[in-house]
Write a protein that binds this ligand. Structure first.
Ligand code: FE2
Length: 274
């Protein structure tokens, strides 16, 4: 079966040994370097994934064209001090790493990724968002079940995610979970900017997500997982002592309509493909 056929049938693809260990190490090292330049005095931004608690502050909404840093919700003591060092307090870094940083740019537009995009007939896709997901040992938070297309809504639906394991992802340290063929469903919600400020979810389909048939997508460091934007997926908190860093890129079709009220806004002249 070709990659394209398999992707259409399953809603996701797992490609082991996609990136070298050195490339993964280089990316993790680069994020530690970038974090050293982050002065969080005065504007800590907590990124939480449950719908009720999702932050809607300006720091988040302005992060589309920047390299911004988001904390784990349990990163701080009650007195406002960090429990761990700065890097090990972060939930993620995003959302334009792939366009602004040379190390992330090279990783995001590698020869093997260009080849894969060609196999999947995604030459017209634009890299709209990237994030380094830290999921550090003991503190890495849950990511509730969701469809990526809710956060990168287009008409017609066109979102495809590329998730790269920078370290081994196992059940123990909070790997992704999804159901084969689970993308054959409707988009449940649309996360967008609210008139007057902030963000909201608009319900598009009331059917709850089914957890039946979900399987753990355990992969080795270097693997690439391609995710259809409609595929419901989630990950559990990392309660283990083993770190689970990953890097994700999200793409949309250049031919699809991208609403101006989507939460993530980019300078459209800066958007390019693989
Ligand atoms: Fe996701």
């Amino acid at each position: 079966m070709t990659y394209k056929k398999q992707f259409e049938t399953e809603g996701y693809l797992i490609l082991e040994n996609f990136n070298t260990e050195a490339a993964c190490d280089g990316l993790m090292k680069r994020s530690e370097e970038l974090t050293r330049s982050f002065d969080y005095t005065g504007h800590p931004s907590v990124f939480q994934t449950s719908e009720q608690a999702r932050t809607s502050d300006d720091y988040f909404l302005d992060s589309g064209d920047k390299i911004s840093f988001f904390f784990e919700k349990d990163a701080f003591e009650s007195n406002g001090k960090l429990k761990n060092d700065l890097f090990h307090s972060l939930n993620k870094i995003g959302h334009a790493l792939h366009d602004l940083d040379p190390v992330f740019n090279a990783f995001s537009r590698s020869a093997q990724l260009q080849e894969l995009a060609k196999d999947l007939e995604m030459e017209n896709h634009l890299l709209i968002q990237s994030m380094h997901i830290l999921k550090h040992a003991k503190i890495g938070g849950v990511v509730d079940i969701h469809q990526d297309a809710s956060f990168l809504y287009t008409e017609p639906e066109s979102c495809v995610g590329f998730w790269f394991a920078l370290e081994d992802a196992t059940i123990e340290n909070g790997c992704l979970w999804a159901k084969p063929g689970g993308h054959q469903t409707k988009l449940r919600s649309w996360f967008h900017r609210k008139q007057g400020g902030g963000t909201q979810f608009t319900e598009l389909d009331p059917e709850p997500f089914s957890m039946e048939g979900m399987i753990p997508l355990e992969v080795k460091k270097g693997a690439c997982i391609v995710l259809n934007g409609l595929l419901p997926h989630y990950s559990l908190p990392n309660t283990s002592g083993i770190s689970r860093q990953a890097y994700a890129i999200h793409t949309i079709s250049s031919e699809a309509y991208y609403p101006e009220i989507n939460w993530l806004q980019r300078d459209k002249t800066q958007l390019t493909g693989f």
